[in-house]
Write a protein that binds this ligand. Sequence first.
Ligand code: SF4
Ligand code: SF4
Length: 227
Amino acid sequence: MFGIGVLKGLSVTMKHWITTYIDDVRKIPSRYAGGREILRQPLDEEGLFTIQYPEEKRLIPERFRFIPMLLFDPETGKERCTACGICAKVCPPQCIWIVRDKDEKGKPLTRPAEFYIDISICMGCGFCAEFCPFDSIKMNHDFELAVYDRYPKLILDKQDLMVPLDYYAALYPEQYAAEEAARAAKEKAKAARAARRGARGGAGARGAGRRAAQDGGEQGGTDATNQ
Ligand code: SF4
Ligand code: SF4
C-alpha cells in the first residue's frame, strides 16, 4: 500500500531514537559518571551514539592507518630501518626522504642519518609499511596532528617518527603477534638448515678423513711392496 515503505523507514528511525534513551537509562545517573572515556560503539549497539570529542574519543580499530611511524628497539635504542630506500621508492606522492648514515671513512652504514616524511602530502596509503622488508615502518593511529603552520610542522623528521616497538605492539596486537610468530618460525628454519649443513659438513669431513686414511694405508702398503 502507498506509504507503507515510508512508515517502515520511520519506525527504524524511531527504534534507534528510543533505544538511545534506553541506553541512557541503563547508565543512570549519567553516562559520564566516573569521567569521560574512550568509547567504542559495539556492533550490536542500536541507539544513536554521540561521542563528545575531544573529551571522549572513539577507540580505533587495529587496521586503522594514518601516517607512518618508525620502530626502534627500546632495549638497545637501535632503529630497525636499514635505509634501504624501498619505502621512498614505492611512496606514490614521493613524500619520503632518506639520507643514509656513513662512518668516519665515508662508508655507508645500514641506518638512516636522516628520515623525513612530509605528512601534508602523505595520503596514508600504507605502501611504505607494506613494502618495507624489515618491518621497520608501520602506520600510526595518531590522527590529532592539526597545526596552524604547514611548514615546517608537517614535515616530520626521524625523531618525530620514531616510536618504541612496544607502542606498535599495543596498537597492533594481532599483527605484531603474527609477525613475531613468522619471525620465530624463520629463525627456527634457519637454525635447522644450519644444523643440517653442520651435520653434512661433519659427515663429509669424517668421510674425507676415512678416505685419506685408506689412501695413506694403500700408499704405505705399495711403498712397502716396492722396497
Ligand atoms: S623504513 Fe623499511 S623500506 Fe624504508 S628505508 Fe627503512 S628499512 Fe627500507
Ligand atoms: S603512507 Fe603512502 S603516501 Fe604516506 S609515506 Fe607511506 S607510501 Fe607514502
